[in-house]
Ligand binder design. Structure first.
Ligand SMILES: [Zn+2]
Length: 169
């Protein structure tokens, strides 16, 4: 599938589906390209087109080319900082059920030194005294899990960094 300019759309292209919305191409069933977070086993049912992860609308599947879709830049997999920025937009949107906590390390979009991204809480109690459970996403492998707010600043991923098992969030 191509942009309106005729240039082919590739996985990891940073794109704008429409003005004011930005995102990244995370899979291309069209060309059989998938990524770690969006693997073939889960997403090949789309059969054609491209799958994008975007600031304003989350995941969007375009089965057909769209003339408004523009290429912003081309690159490799999103860095943890870029995932954190995307999640900050998505999880702090108006009417989002997710909320930031009161410290700097429990803000939606916070990235800790181990590349773990805080995406907020929904009021669920944690396992430590007076703690809430936050939804955390690994900026490296994409694993999603729950963690006490008090652990957020130093949390490691249970899937790829031998971190403690995640909590329900
Ligand atoms: Zn991980």
């Amino acid at each position: 599938m191509n942009y309106a300019t005729g240039e082919p759309i590739r996985v990891w292209d940073r794109i704008e589906p429409w003005p004011g919305c930005s995102g990244v191409v995370v899979a291309s069933p069209d060309t059989g390209e998938y990524t770690q977070r969006f693997p073939r086993e889960k997403w090949s049912y789309l059969q054609r087109g491209i799958l994008m992860d975007t600031t304003q609308a989350g995941l969007i599947h375009y089965p057909e080319p769209d003339t408004e879709l523009t290429l912003v830049s081309r690159g490799g997999p999103l860095r943890p900082e870029e995932w954190a920025e995307l999640r900050r937009h998505q999880f702090s949107r108006h009417r989002s059920e997710w909320r930031s906590g009161s410290g700097p390390s429990v803000q939606i979009g916070f990235l800790n030194p181990h590349s773990q991204i805080c995406t907020g809480h929904r009021g669920k109690a944690g396992t430590d005294h007076l703690q809430l459970v936050y939804r955390v996403e690994c900026g490296l492998c994409g694993h999603v899990y729950g963690a006490n707010g008090s652990d957020m600043h130093e949390r490691r991923c249970p899937a790829c960094q031998n971190g403690a098992p995640g909590l329900e969030y």
